[in-house]
Design a protein around this ligand. Structure first.
Ligand code: ZN
Length: 153
């Protein structure tokens, strides 16, 4: 599921809104900063983001998100709810602008810096079947395979 490219949401109906609520609850329970629908087994283009209380709508749900601006560069530690216990430094854009739709089907744009920008890129990656470990250097990838493989045995 995590390696599948998630499909576009064609109609924002009650079923989709229910899924969005589920995602927000799952993210909250896991104390995550973001979640993609395919992390809870649904291959649909929906992400939720924890805005750190910055915005009126928090957490934020974005349907069919699309990154339209990436600026600057920022290296920071990253982890993933789907890869518990593994953290590594990943280079990402420092500022990101995302557009998509809210749960009412209204067009929205979200701008984020630093941690929020990182979460946006991480979650949109998920929708494309990409995990943060894919951004690591070959040596770090080896390290991940060794460490994570061991833990799972
Ligand atoms: Zn993740």
């Amino acid at each position: 599921m995590l390696r599948r490219v998630a499909g576009e949401v064609r109609e924002i109906n009650d079923e989709i809104r229910e899924l969005c609520t589920d995602m927000v609850e799952t993210m909250g329970a896991a104390h995550g900063v973001g979640l993609a629908a395919n992390q809870i087994g649904r291959a649909l283009r929906i992400i939720t983001l924890e805005m750190g209380g910055e915005k009126e709508k928090d957490p934020l749900v974005i349907i069919n998100p699309e990154i339209i601006v990436v600026e600057g560069e920022d290296a920071g530690e990253e982890g993933c709810l789907s890869i518990p216990g593994f953290y590594e430094i990943v280079k990402r854009g420092k500022k990101v602008v995302l557009k998509g739709k809210d749960v009412e089907g209204k067009e929205c744009t979200v701008e984020g810096n630093d941690l929020l920008a990182r979460a946006m890129q991480h979650e949109v990656d998920h929708l494309n079947g990409i995990l943060f470990i894919d951004h690591l250097s070959p040596i770090k990838k080896q390290l991940f395979k060794r460490e994570y493989g061991k833990e799972r045995k």
